[in-house]
Design a protein around this ligand. Structure first.
Ligand code: GRG
Length: 290
């Protein structure tokens, strides 16, 4: 069985819960709810929520307890994709093999759908059936991963660097913030909702390494993949003169860096319950074709 089939039951659970948590289109304003559901239920990889659930299990917890937190992480991810695709940022037409949110619903509704997903993610975290201190901690981890030290900060440096020479340290900072921070938060939240708390720093580090590897792979797939394979534009980073690993190191060296980081990620999960599936995910993040 291939790795994606092994993950399918986990992905199905996430999709079913997202469907329940997202507001129904029968309620007002229905177009907003339609846009939220359109983007969030679109066929993404669900890597981040899968990591949350697997990390809960890896620390001796019950993944069911982490399902809502996993969905909150996916909502934030989806929010960032909607905003990333907007004309003011990347101006992309295709996402997850479908027209982007603003292409389908217009720019205003897309901005608002992203905003509403952001708010819903924290409402969902706040409603978790867990000790208040744990609930607050999940919110703190996710907030930090989204703000200036995470997605928003990384994206800002990325956008402001377009068309300019970028050194290797700045490039790593961009990738750590805009991509690795949310992947690491997914792992950390999952381990917090488990029981063996001594594994939490290692799972966070696992997420940091695999998150950076994942973004480097994204960079070289943008160069080597096709829009049909990727479900989004190919070659767009080069067109926009974006700071990427292939632009600085070339494809082969970038690939080597990604594979080395996946190995470094794997060093952090030795002896955990879900070691083999976490190993598989780290390898998948760099071997994937889309
Ligand atoms: C305020 C949360 C927030 C965001 C605004 C736009 C933005 C700031 C950040 C964008 C960050 C971004 C889009 C980073 C790219 C990360 C990345 C590799 C996305 C693709 O992830 P996949 O391949 O996508 O897991 P799927 O569609 O499979 O879920």
């Amino acid at each position: 069985m291939d790795f994606e089939s092994i993950l399918q039951p986990t992905i199905n659970q996430v999709n079913a819960r997202l469907d329940q948590l997202l507001p129904p289109t029968t309620e007002t304003p229905s177009v907003l709810h339609e846009a939220m559901r359109y983007s969030c239920l679109a066929p993404g990889k669900r890597l981040r929520p899968a990591l949350t659930l697997i990390c809960t299990q890896a620390t001796g917890g019950d993944p069911k307890q982490a399902l809502d937190a996993a969905c909150a992480v996916e909502m934030i991810h989806c929010f960032s994709l909607i905003h990333d695709d907007l004309p003011g940022i990347d101006n992309d037409d295709l996402r997850r093999g479908m027209p982007t949110c603003h292409k389908k619903f217009g720019e205003a509704v897309a901005i608002l759908a992203g905003d509403a997903l952001f708010a819903l993610a924290f409402e969902v975290l706040g409603n978790q059936q867990a000790e208040t201190t744990v609930v607050v901690e999940t919110m703190k981890i996710l907030t930090r991963a989204v703000g200036t030290y995470g997605l928003v900060g990384g994206e800002t440096i990325d956008v402001l660097s377009e068309g300019k020479p970028v050194d290797a340290d700045t490039l790593e900072l961009i990738h750590r913030r805009k991509t690795a921070s949310l992947i690491a938060a997914a792992c950390e939240i999952g381990s917090l909702l488990g029981s063996k708390q001594d594994a939490r720093p290692k799972l966070k580090e696992y997420g940091e390494c695999m998150g950076l590897a994942f973004q480097i792979a994204d960079d070289f797939l943008n160069e080597t993949g096709t829009p049909e394979q990727l479900g989004k534009a190919a070659g767009s980073d080069r067109d926009r003169q974006k700071a990427t690993y292939p632009a600085i190191y070339g494809i082969d060296e970038s690939r080597k860096k990604a594979f080395d980081l996946a190995e470094k990620a794997i060093q952090n999960i030795q002896g955990l319950v879900n070691q083999s599936i976490l190993e598989g995910l780290a390898k998948y993040s760099v071997e994937r074709l889309y």
